[in-house]
Design a protein around this ligand. Structure first.
Ligand code: IPE
Ligand code: IPE
Ligand code: MG
Length: 265
């Protein structure tokens, strides 16, 4: 299995087009409310936006896309909304997995799946198995996922496998047990819907991720909006603890500063 660089151990290779984008898809409810529609209508439109963004990521050569679909804390919502979201997840899996596979997408789900009904768990397992060999884009859906849950489950599984580590362990020991270990750390984090918080999304791996917040509501987030986020990323100077002067002149980052920022160039 490929192991990826840890941003706190080595200096990652910062690419012009983000290799991994992680998104908190927020604002579905407000999108619906603005139209005097029920909140669930916003979730339905949110699924359309997922399709658009998956396609746009493939076209732009983004290798990994991670989407926060349902947080550990979203169970606190009204029961009807939770159940609608679960049904939407099932429908989306039934309808979309074939197309994802045709497009070379590797599909993964991270989160505590035990709480989902068996039908949903079966669909997830089948989709993951079917698409396991695909290499165009790895699409990871975070469902019943929480960043703290992830760190705890990783530590617990690690200690079960390697009890001798109870007296002390390193990042390298823990890393293989984290739910997102199949992906490099996100280069770019996007949150739509105007809130500027992490809401218990990937906590460990966001250590050196560039953060981008937009007021655009998730159902309105399209390829143009994604490009604006990527352009913002391209204008950042990723120092990973170093000074500006220490950055190699020929890195992609110097290129970003040199001018043309369109991701497709
Ligand atoms: C994000 O949209 C989707 C999920 C959390 C499942 P919201 O449903 O949180 O929309 P707002 O924040 O109420 O507008
Ligand atoms: C975060 O959105 C979770 C998802 C997008 C799935 P929320 O809308 O639930 O976040 P908070 O509770 O407002 O922070
Ligand atoms: Mg919200």
């Amino acid at each position: 299995m490929t192991t990826f660089t840890s941003s706190t151990i080595e200096i990652p290779d910062a690419r012009r087009v983000p290799r991994h984008i992680a998104i908190i898809m927020d604002g579905n409810g407000r999108w619906a409310r603005q139209r005097y529609l029920p909140r669930v209508a916003g979730h339905r439109r949110g699924l359309d936006a997922v399709r658009t963004i998956v396609r746009a990521c493939i076209e732009r050569g983004v290798g990994f896309l991670t989407l926060f679909a349902f947080s550990s804390e979203n169970w606190r919502r009204p029961a009807e909304e939770v159940s609608f979201l679960m049904q939407l997840f099932v429908v989306a899996l039934e309808q979309e997995v074939g197309k994802l596979h045709e497009n070379g997408v590797r599909f993964k789900v991270i989160g505590e799946l035990d709480r989902f009904d068996p039908e949903l768990r079966r669909l997830v397992r089948e989709a993951e198995a079917l698409t396991a060999g695909n290499q165009q884009l790895t699409l990871t859906i975070a469902a019943n996922y929480g960043g703290r849950w992830d760190i705890l489950q990783a530590a617990n599984r690690m200690l079960r496998d390697r009890p001798e580590l109870a007296s002390g362990f390193s990042e390298r020991d823990l890393a293989p047990y984290l739910a997102l270990n199949h992906a490099p750390e996100p280069d770019l984090f996007v949150r739509t819907g105007g809130e500027q918080r992490i809401s218990n999304f990937v906590l460990w791996q966001l250590a050196y991720t560039e953060l981008y917040f937009t007021d655009t509501l998730w159902p309105d987030f399209d390829a143009g909006a994604l490009d604006r986020a990527i352009v913002s990323y391209q204008q950042r100077e990723r120092r990973f603890g170093r000074t500006s002067e220490q950055l190699p002149a020929d890195t992609g980052l110097a290129l970003f500063r040199a001018g043309n920022t369109h991701p497709a160039d």
